[in-house]
Write a protein that binds this ligand. Sequence first.
Ligand SMILES: Cc1cc2nc3c(=O)[nH]c(=O)nc-3n(C[C@H](O)[C@H](O)[C@H](O)COP(=O)(O)OP(=O)(O)OC[C@H]3O[C@@H](n4cnc5c(N)ncnc54)[C@H](O)[C@@H]3O)c2cc1C
Ligand SMILES: NC(=O)c1ccc[n+]([C@@H]2O[C@H](COP(=O)([O-])OP(=O)(O)OC[C@H]3O[C@@H](n4cnc5c(N)ncnc54)[C@H](OP(=O)(O)O)[C@@H]3O)[C@@H](O)[C@H]2O)c1
Length: 486
Amino acid sequence: MAIFRAMSRLSRAFSTIPSHPLRVCIVGSGPAGFFTAEKMLKTHQEVHVDIIDRLPTPFGLVRFGVAPDHPETKNVINQFSRVAENDRFTFFGNVTLGSSVSLSELRELYDVVVLAYGAESDRVLGIPGEDLNGVYSAREFVWWYNGHPDGRYLNPDLKSTDTAVILGQGNVAIDIARVLLKPTTELATTDIASHALAALKESAIRKVYLVGRRGPVQAACKTKELREILGIKDLYIHVKEDDLVKTPVDEEELKSNRIQKKVYELLYKAATSGTSHPSSGQRELHFVFFRKPHRFLESDERSGYVSGVNLEKTVLKGSEPGKQIAVGTGQFEDIGCGMVLKSIGYKSISVDGLPFDHQKGIVPNNEGRVLSGTNKDQAVVEKGLYVCGWLKRGPTGIIATNLYCSEETVAAISEDIEQGVIASSASFPKPGREGLLQLLDDRNVRVVPYSAWEKIDSEETRLGSLKDKPRDKLTTMDELLKVAVD
Ligand SMILES: Cc1cc2nc3c(=O)[nH]c(=O)nc-3n(C[C@H](O)[C@H](O)[C@H](O)COP(=O)(O)OP(=O)(O)OC[C@H]3O[C@@H](n4cnc5c(N)ncnc54)[C@H](O)[C@@H]3O)c2cc1C
Ligand SMILES: NC(=O)c1ccc[n+]([C@@H]2O[C@H](COP(=O)([O-])OP(=O)(O)OC[C@H]3O[C@@H](n4cnc5c(N)ncnc54)[C@H](OP(=O)(O)O)[C@@H]3O)[C@@H](O)[C@H]2O)c1
């Protein structure tokens, strides 16, 4: 309630402003949300921007995706914190679109609604055994080690097996492999969740397979991340030399893609240098190419638990560089393991009343303007409704990609303001944040303002300093809300 009273005082302060500024609500406080807020506030001196987030903590995947041993990547938080200092900006944490407030309610309350709530589900393989114990999505596992409240109780069993298979070879797969294989002494001084550090310290996993359905020329990881994992101290790396044979289409592909060329060269070097066998007790990383998952194998000893992955060998088809696809050959092989991490991409979720392309997992849009109607020719622009980030483009792109994405969305909003498509009515101004606070109060939603997040931040930093960590994350909603309201 203390929080709510503070918010009410804040809204009263704002309600003394005489004109009727455009009211903008952004859903999601990840990079897409914050870059959009920053750009809107800079471009339009008169707008008020509110961000709602379902969590009491802002910054989305910068907090819950970026690997704990990449602290420099999180410096973007300083930029976002400066946005939060703007008088025309308010953060409402612990407010969920879909349960605390519906989309139609938000559209009633605000002149402009920008959806930037990311991708909080997973692509699925749709193969037998996918729901066996020990099979996790990368998102779940990353949430677990990064202290997301929804990942707190995953408790992956790292003790009963010495082998993990990671399906997919993108940067997320590389992050996970690194966390599993890196000496825990190096993770101990990061902001990794304490429960994850404790489990990793006791981990029996020694061997990690990174499985790609295509070849080393098509590996989705990037140079810096690959170089980093290949450089882990005392790690045995295995790449089959046969997999490095290039076709003429591969050669064309490498000519036009500098990053892919470097990735291939690194893999080539790893395959042809180093020892041919691991030394006793050495941790191992195996790159497996041209294999697609066919089914998960169930353990005979432990019913309901995974004991391996059955993979189908593939060949690449297609003559256009960059467009080759993996096709099964009908030959199969197994890799035995007690844990599988599916790192084949995140997926966005729809909310009631939102046009959604379920196949692509995105909100249909034209440069950020949300479109309804199934047929592209008959698409209707949803007035005042916009989209940005992974929800707009799909689950790819680094943090900076969302900067360009938000510029496009804000340009569309600006154009619509200029053309009078959206405007704040002087006679019937939209209620904006005052209306939202009233609605949330009626529903007993405990809103967490930015100042309360700052309390959480200080507490985590304090706890971290006791353990020589930059922060020790609070990892349950109860802990977070307790510190927020104190
Ligand atoms: C594991 C992982 C590691 C990554 N590492 C890096 C890296 O090192 N460097 C880099 O440049 N990029 C990295 N990326 C990519 C980068 O994180 C993304 O490009 C970026 O975060 C996408 O931004 P977004 O705002 O669209 O989504 P998100 O960052 O996911 O933000 C979405 C926000 O919406 C909120 N939300 C969700 N549902 C609701 C709802 N119903 N109501 C209200 N709020 C809601 C969430 O709590 C979240 O705060 C990584 C991605 C992943 C998955
Ligand atoms: N350090 C960083 O900068 C960093 C860290 C983490 C993430 N990110 C970014 O975040 C984004 C998401 O990363 P991501 O790793 O989740 O996605 P990604 O880069 O798109 O990689 C997905 C991987 O899954 C494979 N895959 C997809 N569907 C599959 C299927 N049905 N069967 C088998 N394999 C399948 C893909 O293979 P195909 O290529 O054959 O489709 C690819 O290897 C990326 O843009 C990434 O760069 C950046």
